[in-house]
Design a protein around this ligand. Structure first.
Ligand code: B12
Ligand code: SF4
Ligand code: SF4
Length: 371
C-alpha cells in the first residue's frame, strides 16, 4: 500500500496539486453535531442547501456507505501581491483573489478526475470526486488528512501554502490507511479575528456567515442591511482580509496554474466601468469566471455600495445613473450611494422619487432622505 500511496502522490503532483493527505472515511468525529449546532443558530443564512444536505455533508459514509478512504487534495492559488492593497484604491473594486480569473470548480474537478481515473485503473477500486459544491465538509477532512489545520478564521491553513489553496476530495472503496491529523498552529495569534470588517466571528474557530462579506456579496440574494454597507468598503465579490493577514502566508507562493493568475481587467477594475454593465456586458466580462454565478443585478448592487463608500464626488454621477435601474436591488443601493456622496441631492430628489417608486425596500431608502 505504501508504494501505491507514493505513486498516488506523484500522480497528484503531476495533475497540478500541491499537497495531498488521506483520512479514513469514518473519521467524522463530532462533525454532525458541530454542523447541526451551526445550522440551528441560523449561521448559514440563506444557504438552504447546507441544511438540506446536512446528513450527507458531515458524514462521508452517509454520502457513500462503501467508502473506506477520503483523499484530500490542495491546489495553490496564491496571489502575486498583497490583496489588501486593492482596498486603498477607492475608485476601484476589490475582487477576491480566487475570483480574478477562471472558475476553480471546473479546473480542480478535471484534475481530480485525472487522479481518480488513474487510481481506479491501477487498483480496481471504485472512486468518486468532489469539489466545493458537493455535500462534503472539506476543511475538517483536510485537517484529519494532515494537510493543515482549521485556523481561527475557520479556513484551512497550511505550513507549506499559507491560506491560499482550494480543496478537493476523492472518495474510494480502497483502504489506504490514514495520515496523521494536523495539529493547531494558531497559538495566541488572533490577527484574522481582529481584522474582520463586519465582526463575523462570534468566537475563534466559528463564523457567522450572515455577517461575512463573502456571504453578503456572493450568496445573499436580497438587500444588504445598512450595518454592513460601510464595512464592505470596495469589496464587491468575496473578501480576503482574514486570509491575507495570516502570518503563515510567509510560506505562500504564487499560483503555478496560469488559470489562477489575475486577469488584468479584474485586478482592480474601475467602479465606473462596472456600474455601467448591462446583462450582456456582465456576461461577457465574467465569462468563465465564478463571478458570473451571481448575475448582473446582485453584482451591480455590490458595485453601488462600493461607489457609496468611495468618497469620490465624481462617482455621484454613476449613482444617479443607477437610480432608475430595472432592478430594485440596484436602485435601493444607488439611493444609499447618492446619499453618501451627495446627501443634499438625495434629499432634493426624495419626495418626487417616492411618488414614482413602487418597491417597498427602495421607498424605505428614499424615506430616509425625505424626513
Ligand atoms: C459554505 C461555504 C462558505 C460560506 C461559509 C464559510 C464557513 N466558514 O463555513 C461563505 C460564503 C461565508 C464562505 C466564504 C469563504 N470561502 Co467558502 N465554502 C463553503 C463550503 C461550500 C462549505 C463550508 C462548510 O461546510 N461550512 C459549515 C461550517 C459549519 O463549517 P466549518 O467552518 O468547518 O465549521 C467548523 C466550526 O464551526 C467548528 N465549530 C462548530 N462548533 C464549534 C464549537 C467550538 C467550541 C469550536 C471550537 C468550534 C466549533 O467546527 C466546524 C467543523 O469543523 C466550502 C466547500 C466545502 N464543501 O467544504 C467552501 C470553502 C470552505 N470556501 C473556501 C474559500 C476559499 C472561501 C473564501 C476565502 C472565499 C472568499 N475569498 O471570499 C471565504 C472565506 C470566509 C471564511 N473566513 O470562512 C475554500 C476554503 C479553502 C481552505 N483553504 O480552507 C472551500 C473549502 C472551497 C474549496 N473547495 O476550496 N464559504
Ligand atoms: S472573509 Fe472578510 S468578512 Fe468574512 S470573515 Fe473573513 S474578514 Fe470577515
Ligand atoms: S491569522 Fe493567526 S489566528 Fe488566524 S488563522 Fe492565521 S495563525 Fe490562526
Amino acid at each position: 500500500m505504501t508504494a501505491l500511496r507514493g505513486s498516488l502522490l506523484a500522480r497528484a503532483k503531476e495533475a497540478g496539486f500541491d499537497d495531498i493527505g488521506i483520512a479514513r472515511a469514518d473519521a467524522r468525529g463530532d462533525l454532525p453535531e458541530r454542523l447541526q449546532n451551526w445550522l440551528a443558530l441560523g449561521r448559514h443564512g440563506q444557504m438552504g442547501w447546507m441544511e438540506e444536505t446536512s446528513a450527507r455533508r458531515a458524514d462521508p459514509l452517509t454520502l457513500w456507505p462503501e467508502a473506506k478512504s477520503v483523499i484530500m487534495l490542495a491546489m495553490n492559488y496564491g496571489p502575486e501581491s498583497d490583496p489588501l492593497e486593492a482596498l486603498e484604491r477607492h475608485d476601484r473594486a476589490a475582487i477576491s483573489v480566487y475570483a480574478q480569473n477562471r472558475d476553480y470548480h471546473d479546473l480542480v474537478k478535471k484534475r481530480l478526475k485525472q487522479v481518480a481515473r488513474w487510481l481506479a485503473e491501477t487498483s480496481g477500486a471504485a472512486v468518486k470526486v468532489f469539489v466545493d459544491t458537493a455535500p462534503v465538509m472539506e476543511k475538517p477532512f483536510a485537517e484529519a488528512a494532515g494537510i493543515g489545520w482549521q485556523g481561527k478564521h475557520t479556513n484551512l491553513v497550511s505550513r507549506k501554502l499559507g491560506s491560499w489553496f482550494f480543496l478537493g476530495a476523492i472518495f474510494t472503496t480502497l483502504d489506504l490507511g490514514a495520515d496523521e491529523r494536523h495539529d493547531d498552529r494558531c497559538g495566541d495569534c488572533r490577527r484574522c479575528l481582529d481584522i474582520c470588517p463586519t465582526k463575523a466571528f462570534p468566537a475563534p474557530y466559528e463564523l457567522d456567515a450572515r455577517r461575512c462579506i463573502s456571504y453578503l456579496t456572493i450568496e445573499h440574494k436580497g438587500h444588504i442591511a445598512r450595518e454592513f454597507r460601510k464595512p464592505m468598503g470596495n469589496r464587491i465579490y468575496g473578501c480576503d482580509d482574514c486570509l491575507a493577514v495570516c502570518p503563515w502566508n510567509k510560506f505562500a507562493s504564487r499560483a503555478h496554474e496560469e488559470a489562477f493568475h489575475a486577469r488584468e481587467e479584474l485586478r482592480a477594475p474601475l467602479l465606473r466601468d462596472l456600474a455601467q454593465l448591462d446583462d450582456a456586458g456582465f456576461r461577457t466580462l465574467f465569462s468563465g469566471s465564478p463571478v458570473k454565478r451571481i448575475g448582473r443585478d446582485r453584482f451591480v448592487r455590490n458595485v453601488a455600495i462600493a461607489i457609496g463608500n468611495s468618497g469620490e464626488a465624481a462617482l455621484a454621477e454613476d449613482a444617479r445613473a443607477l437610480l432608475d435601474d430595472g432592478s430594485s436591488l440596484v436602485r435601493a443601493m444607488a439611493v444609499w450611494a447618492l446619499g453618501e456622496l451627495a446627501p443634499d441631492d438625495a434629499r432634493r430628489r426624495a419626495s418626487a422619487a417616492l411618488e414614482r417608486e413602487e418597491d417597498d425596500a427602495v421607498r424605505e431608502e428614499w424615506r430616509y432622505f425625505a424626513r
